[in-house]
Structure formats: structure tokens, C-alpha cells
Write a protein that binds this ligand. Structure first.
Ligand SMILES: [Zn+2]
Length: 221
């Protein structure tokens, strides 16, 4: 178990969205056949709910993992079809990407209104695309930077001050482009301590829905 050296809530997080008692663990870049099951197991052991922003073609390739997420009460949002920065795509290309990604999810029986684009990078028109598709852009407030390859203890120390009501924690259950690590083992190790720390602050890890995502986005803007 890790101990936080400091635990304080950022000023921007009022807890208004979740009634002061919710925290949102989020995972991007999956599903991954090796690491997603281990993340799911860590969440199961902690009896915690989370939200997965999936890469749609991987979701179609590994549908059983998507079913396991749903059966465990986790939420699923769209990350992308192609993991490319919106600033490096045309609006039409992003629209096609979203259309394709949502189609893949619908094929799996998922209608999601949650969207977190690659790297969280938005083009000037990304918000308009989200509105056109009825999607809510979902930011984060606490970045574990787990893709860099830090160990779980270092990530826990770094992210603990940002935990609190309505915090949205960014992690990854897959190895996206630019990842500087060969596996997601330290993310798996981080889940239990994060959940325990959140609960010590009176926050229960919850799955997002469109209403909470919209309220979080509004609070962050
Ligand atoms: Zn990503």
C-alpha cells in the first residue's frame, strides 16, 4: 500500500457533479488482450467502477473484453478509430473517424455519448463535431502519465494531490502510439492504491454517464 504525502482537492473540483462523493477512473487506448483483463481484475478486486475510452477497431477485434467491461458495470466511451491528433486531420477526416468508431461500437450493441479524442487534443472544430454526433467531450483532471513508464508508487505520489470529489483520473489499459513502456503492469498495480486513497477521501469510483460527463466538462471549462 502506498501513502500519499499530500492529499488535497484542486480548487477547480467542487464535487458539485457527483454530490461530493464520486471520482472517475478512466482508461484510454484499449482494449488490449493482455492488459485490459488485468486492469479489469484489479478493478474487480477493488470493487470499483471505471470508464474505458476504447479504440473502436480493437473493440471489434476483442469483443469479449467489451462484454466483460459491461458486465462489470463499467462505462464505455469512444477514443477513436485511428489514433491521430485532430490537429493533424481535417474536420472531414475526424467526422469519418467518429462515424466509423461509433459504428463499430453499435455493432457491439453499445450506444455511447462519451468521447475523448487521442491525447485529449482538440482542433478548433472538435467541439462542433462532438455536438453534431451528440457526444460529450470528456476531459481529465488528474494525469498519471502512465504511458511514460513510471512505477506505480511514483505515479501514486504524483497524482494523489489531484484526487478528490469529481476528479477524473487518466490511465491507459493499452499501449498507444508514443508509449514509452512495454507493458501496463504499473497501471494495474496503481488501481488498488488509487481506489483505497479515493475512498479515504470519501470518494467512490464511479462509471461515467453522459450527464456526469457533460457536467464535468462544464465544470472544467
Ligand atoms: Zn490514446
Amino acid at each position: 500500500m502506498f501513502r500519499a504525502t499530500e492529499a488535497k482537492v484542486k480548487g477547480s473540483m467542487t464535487g458539485a457533479v457527483s454530490g461530493g462523493s464520486g471520482i472517475f477512473l478512466t482508461f484510454d487506448d484499449g482494449p488490449d488482450p493482455v492488459w485490459t483483463p488485468r486492469v479489469l481484475e484489479a478493478l474487480r478486486l477493488a470493487d470499483a467502477r471505471a470508464t474505458f475510452f476504447v479504440i473502436a477497431p480493437l473493440a471489434r477485434r476483442f469483443p469479449r473484453l467489451i462484454s466483460e467491461m459491461q458486465n462489470a458495470g463499467h462505462a464505455i466511451g469512444l477514443h477513436c478509430a485511428r489514433h491521430v491528433r485532430h490537429t493533424q486531420m481535417t474536420r472531414e477526416e475526424v467526422e469519418a473517424d467518429v462515424h466509423s468508431g461509433l459504428g463499430d461500437l453499435e455493432h457491439l450493441g453499445i450506444t455511447s455519448r462519451l468521447w475523448r479524442p487521442p491525447w485529449g487534443i482538440l482542433a478548433p472544430w472538435t467541439a462542433a463535431v462532438a455536438e453534431d454526433f451528440g457526444l460529450t467531450l470528456t476531459p481529465w483532471t488528474a494525469d498519471t502519465h502512465d504511458w511514460r513508464g513510471d512505477n506505480a508508487r511514483a505515479m501514486f505520489e504524483a497524482v494523489s494531490p489531484a484526487l478528490g470529489p469529481d476528479a477524473v483520473v487518466l490511465m491507459h489499459d493499452g499501449l498507444g502510439p508514443g508509449a514509452r513502456r512495454s507493458n501496463c503492469g504499473e497501471t494495474v498495480r496503481l488501481v488498488g492504491p488509487l481506489v483505497e486513497q479515493a475512498r479515504s477521501l470519501g470518494c467512490e469510483p464511479a462509471a461515467m454517464n453522459a450527464d456526469t460527463a457533460a457536467a464535468l466538462a462544464k465544470a472544467a471549462s
